[in-house]
Design a protein around this ligand. Structure first.
Ligand code: NAD
Length: 377
């Protein structure tokens, strides 16, 4: 098997944390006797500097020739004045879209050693927390028809506006709309991803929607329950999104896998990441139809600490572990990385973002090396 990985180090702390993830992968390769091959590609601010484009065509093409993409983060103040369609962050949306990545997986884990960083009461998270949020990434309201117009008093309402507001005549003035829409096949494929994930975990899927109000959510709930019939071992629960937001802080331990649409997933995954209390620790994966995936920490390029050896590389390192698990089907190697991170924390090492007085302060590079040293130890 070839382990071909496209590497986009990106901007700010992106290169710093990706380099540590590669250091850890190199150690995994050594311990498990295989070699990873890396193709370094440009996207984001670094690509703008080199080519004028945030996402050069060559980057997309070359990503497709690899089995997976490992990405740091893009963006920073240097490119803030760029026009909207040329901003570094456009690269992320473009990569997801052009690589057909429709499922975003975000684990929210409270590590025992970092429980104090969790803003919830001890009794709520006692025994640790491990939730996987599966968010639909390429459909829904973010990609549905949208627009804005001015409804002129004299001419009455426009054709589209009148269609969209049949039951509610529009007053004159500014008007804007975004349409939430899902097809059966879009819902089916994300539901399959969620149930497959649950089969490898604690076999509970919570589907989050707003089917008491939204037609698209009613289809969502119907299709998810149809897919559920193929996974009799998995327990399916349905929650309205407002209740889910509340349950996440009231009793988050009830959750194993949460599956939801694009906009609800955007909001709930940020809420869940706050529960863990440490943005520098959280990885993510974006998956398509086959084993191809893009793996990246959830944090941005953190320009405030870039170049200072202060960034926490754990999110990037755990993203590499997700890559081993989901693209390369190497659960044992992924487990080894996660165990090494646990060992690193248990030995009392902390980067500045999670440091407390009684612990040993380390920089980005030392953290990477210490974690790599624990693989196969
Ligand atoms: P950010 O995640 O970069 O930083 C938020 C805060 O968290 C900062 O104080 C930062 O120092 C800290 N932080 C983030 N990652 C850390 C780490 N690994 N270790 C220690 N501390 C860490 O978010 P922001 O400040 O809103 O955005 C900065 C830039 O990153 C912007 O240009 C934004 O558009 C971009 N961004 C990119 C991505 C991406 O590439 N996927 C995601 C989010 C933001």
């Amino acid at each position: 098997m070839d382990f071909n990985i496209a590497v986009i180090r990106g901007d700010g702390i992106g290169p710093e944390v990706v380099d540590q993830a590669i250091l850890v992968l190199e150690k995994v390769g050594k311990v498990y006797s295989h070699r990873f091959k890396y193709e370094y590609l440009l996207a984001g601010g670094a690509a703008i500097d080199e080519t004028g484009e945030p996402l050069p065509k060559a980057t997309i093409k070359k990503c497709k020739n690899n089995a997976a993409v490992l990405l740091g983060a893009v963006g920073g103040p240097k490119w803030d004045a760029q026009p909207n369609d040329k901003r570094p962050e456009k690269a992320i949306l473009g990569l997801r879209e052009q690589l057909g990545l429709f499922a975003n997986l975000r684990p929210a884990i409270v590590w025992d050693e970092l429980a104090a960083a969790c803003p919830l009461k001890d009794e709520i998270i006692a025994g640790g927390l491990d939730i996987l949020i599966v968010r639909e990434l390429t459909g829904g309201i973010y990609f549905g028809p949208k627009g804005s117009e001015v409804i002129a008093e004299a001419s009455g309402i426009s054709k589209l506006a009148s269609h969209l507001s049949k039951e509610k005549p529009l007053p004159a003035g500014r008007f804007a709309y975004d349409v939430e829409q899902y097809s059966e096949s879009e819902i089916e494929r994300i539901a399959v991803t969620a149930f497959e994930m649950a089969m490898k975990r604690n076999k509970v899927v919570t589907s989050v929607d707003k089917s008491n109000v939204l037609e698209s959510s009613r289809l969502w709930r119907t299709v998810v329950s149809e897919v559920h019939a193929r996974y009799p071992e998995v327990k399916l629960e349905n929650l309205y999104v407002d209740n889910a937001a509340m349950q996440l802080v009231r009793s988050p331990k009830q959750f194993d896998v949460i599956v939801t649409n694009n906009i609800f997933g955007d909001i709930l995954s940020d809420e869940a990441s706050q529960i863990t209390g440490s943005i520098g620790m959280l990885p993510s994966a974006s998956l398509g139809e086959k084993s191809f995936g893009l793996y990246e920490p959830i944090h941005g390029s953190a320009p405030d600490i870039a170049g200072q050896d202060k960034a926490n590389p754990v999110a990037a390192i755990l993203s590499a572990a997700m890559m081993l698990r989901y693209t390369f089907d190497r659960a044992e190697e992924a487990d080894a990385i996660e165990k090494a991170v646990e060992g690193f924390l248990a030995k009392g090492y902390r980067t500045p973002d999670i440091h407390t007085e009684d612990k040993i302060l380390v920089g980005t590079k030392d953290a990477g090396k210490l974690i790599a040293d624990l693989i196969g130890a």
